[in-house]
Design a protein around this ligand. Structure first.
Ligand SMILES: *[C@@H]1O[C@H](CO)[C@@H](O)[C@H](O)[C@H]1NC(C)=O
Ligand SMILES: CC(=O)N[C@H]1CO[C@H](CO)[C@@H](O)[C@@H]1O
Length: 295
């Protein structure tokens, strides 16, 4: 894949990677979790684990960040096989969007039905607090507006149609299940729903940019997730996306957001545990088949 420059991988590339993995493991996951580092513990807590370093998987993108090796972990949570992506790929690191989204199509070919995406974002909505968990109900694909879109190029009908609908990318039923779970866990106070905006990064937003995003209806902003979600929706996977609000984006020239970083780290650690509980409950509900095919 790396020798093909910007060119997208062929169906055979995806098939070979899937077959290679299926040959190595007896896990047949229905749920894939794309974890931010905050959720790494969830993968560690799975049983019957089998770990593959990205660099050992044929065609897989390789981490460009030294000492930042990613891996794919197969394991059992709540009696069911799951696959975890520990470490994902960002546009700002120089990957093509084909590389960024490569694992999603592998999940599809493996038989995965639900993709859970978690990561961090900056809160734009003034009501949001650091440590809130935002259930993404919709997104704005800002790089996509400028042609940085994972589905540009020839469309492979074996994955999905040329002009996919995105208005229901984040299943309403699944979102309400997350709300129910958070109520049961007694943490609904920091659960929000909102619109996530992806920017390419790597710099953070200027104040003018942040104000523009707020006017456009964005509640939080980050540098990942949307390409993976778009490709997942294109190939018919259900998506749940949760974003931890790790900072507040400044919308005001006269008031600089002064954040106590130790406090922020502490909150993030606490909420990462909560995020894990949410995800674990969601996996078990999904396995009870209550919410399959409700998209
Ligand atoms: C998977 O296993 C089958 C049967 O042993 C073998 O023919 C095939 O070449 C393997 N595929 C890959 C990609 O390793
Ligand atoms: C909160 C969280 O999980 N953030 C992660 C988002 O993804 C990047 C890349 O994998 C991690 O470095 C962050 O920790």
């Amino acid at each position: 894949m790396h020798t093909k420059g910007n060119c997208c991988c062929s169906f055979e590339d995806y098939k070979l990677t899937t077959e290679w993995l299926m040959n190595q493991t007896s896990h047949r996951p229905k749920v894939a979790i794309i974890c931010g580092s905050g959720l790494g513990l969830l993968a560690d807590g799975a049983s019957n684990k089998q770990t593959f370093r990205y660099q050992d998987i044929p065609n897989f993108p390789i981490s460009t960040v030294p000492g930042h090796d990613g891996c794919l972990v197969f394991g059992t949570i709540e009696d069911r096989s799951c696959v975890f992506m520990k470490g994902h790929f960002h546009l700002y690191e120089g990957y093509t969007l084909c590389q960024v989204t490569f694992p999603v199509r592998i999940f599809k070919l493996m038989g995965v039905e639900l993709v859970l995406v978690t990561n961090a974002s900056g809160g734009i909505c003034p009501d949001f607090k650091v440590g809130d968990i935002m259930i993404i109900k919709d997104h704005i694909n800002l790089p996509g507006f400028a042609g940085q879109h994972p589905l540009c190029g020839p469309n492979d009908e074996r994955f999905g149609i040329r002009f996919p609908c995105m208005s229901d990318a984040y299943s309403k039923d699944m979102r309400s299940v997350v709300v129910d779970i958070s109520t049961e866990l007694g943490c609904s106070d920091f659960i929000r729903e909102g619109v996530y905006c992806m920017v390419s990064g790597p710099n953070f937003e200027t104040i003018a940019e942040a104000r523009m995003l707020w006017i456009l209806g964005c509640d939080s902003v980050g540098m990942s997730m949307v390409p993976e979600v778009t490709v997942a929706k294109h190939c018919g996977l259900q998506v749940v996306a949760l974003s931890l609000i790790t900072n507040k984006v400044s919308l005001d020239y006269s008031r600089e957001e002064k954040v106590n970083h130790e406090e922020v780290l502490e909150i993030c650690k606490m909420r990462a545990e909560l995020l894990q509980k949410l995800v674990t409950s969601l996996i078990s509900r999904f396995n009870q088949q209550q919410i399959i095919n409700t998209n």
